[in-house]
Design a protein around this ligand. Structure first.
Ligand code: AN7
Length: 359
């Protein structure tokens, strides 16, 4: 029988805080492809790979952390879990709570939740509350609820989430047989950059890699508190997943940047959508806008002459394009691309396609 990937807890059991007493709640997350991206390699003169986290069971990297958070919550006797979310965390929490046989409550900001993500939370029977406030408000409320009521918090401020998400760094090393020179990823609440850096550090301590990659993180210009150096009251960006004004793991993101000799920068919505298109139309990978910021960030640094020639670079793209597909159909100007209407006449269609007759 063909071998099946067993999910990140079983695959990395010895490197996670689990024991034989931990019930393993898994949907087979992790084991995502590291895809060579020749079109990006050519553009920047380096060897570029894309870690496609949209291939996880609920379509985002959150599943790596959620298998751990829900499994550990069950070990501790949880009957319910709660999270604040810009969308993907709620989709993942809802699915893994279902797999565990418990209920997830999710607090989502008013509006600006991509429809694919909301559909998932509904489909998995989460208790969904839309809060009058942005993500940062939702997270504050979720934290207070978990302190005062019998409900486990599964946001990335829960260290079990970071533990699960660090496995993505292990997978990169397993495939490349080394660490990349540069690892690029989106930054929202800054849990993922924290998790990757923890993973790389542990691999270095274990002697598996000799040096750490430079961690490059990117925030959307309208939601770039770390770049600006202060929290933002009303963050805004087309990349709704990272519409976050006061990241919970702010200090850890700064540490990852500084210890690795890395960089955290900001990217405009225009450049995010341009990169979204480059990734889908030149590489063949469809992601949600927040994920495209990894590509936009790399291109931005290349234009500034700051991408070392011939270096090995991994871009994490965090969520699937089908989560929020509208950006493929129309850009910031709102002009929608629609298919050309045709009759079913073969010659007319051939003409429209620019095909010459076989004679
Ligand atoms: C596709 O779902 O915060 O820096 O509530 O969905 O670890 O927060 C999502 C974040 C990047 C940012 N890409 O990661 C949530 C949420 C996608 C995301 C991020 C998110 P962090």
């Amino acid at each position: 029988m063909a071998k099946q990937w067993r999910g990140v807890i079983r695959e990395y059991f010895d490197r996670l805080p689990v024991s034989e007493h931990t019930p393993i709640i898994t949907l087979g997350e992790g084991g995502t492809p590291l895809i060579p991206a020749p079109a990006l390699s050519r553009r920047v003169g380096a060897e570029v790979y894309v870690k496609y986290e949209g291939m996880n069971p609920t379509g985002s990297f959150k599943d790596r952390g959620m298998t751990m958070a829900i499994s550990k919550a069950m070990e501790r006797g949880a009957k319910a879990v709660i999270c604040a979310s810009t969308g993907n965390t709620s989709a993942s929490a809802a699915a893994y709570a279902t797999a565990a046989g418990i209920r997830a409550a999710v607090l989502v900001p008013d509006g600006k939740i991509a429809m694919g993500k909301l559909s998932q939370a509904v489909a998995h029977n989460a208790h969904i509350l839309q809060i009058d406030g942005n993500f940062d408000v939702c997270l504050t409320v979720a934290r207070q609820l978990s302190e005062r009521y019998p409900v486990h918090l599964v946001n990335s401020v829960n260290p079990d989430r970071i533990e699960g998400q660090k496995t993505a760094a292990f997978e990169v090393i397993d495939v490349l047989d080394r660490a990349p020179d540069i690892h690029v990823l989106p930054v929202g609440n800054a849990g993922n950059i924290t998790a990757y850096f923890k993973g790389y550090r542990e691999a270095q301590e274990a002697g598996e890699i000799s040096k750490l990659p430079m961690m490059w993180g990117f925030q959307a210009e309208g939601a770039s508190p770390i770049v600006l150096g202060h929290a933002i009251e009303n963050p805004d960006t087309v990349a709704t997943a990272i519409r976050i004004g006061n990241p919970a793991s702010w200090a850890q993101a700064i540490e990852a940047r500084d210890v690795s000799g890395g960089y955290i920068g900001a990217i405009s919505d225009e450049k995010i959508l341009e990169a979204h298109r480059i990734l889908s139309a030149e590489v063949g990978i469809f992601v949600e806008p927040a994920s495209a910021i990894s590509v936009a960030g790399l291109l931005n640094r290349h234009e500034a002459g700051l991408v070392p020639g011939g270096s090995t670079i991994v871009l994490t793209v965090t969520g699937h394009g089908l989560k929020d597909p509208q950006w493929a159909l129309h850009g910031l100007d709102g002009v929608e691309t629609t298919p050309t209407q045709m009759s079913s006449d073969v010659d007319e269609i051939a003409d429209a396609l620019g095909l010459a007759s076989r004679a």
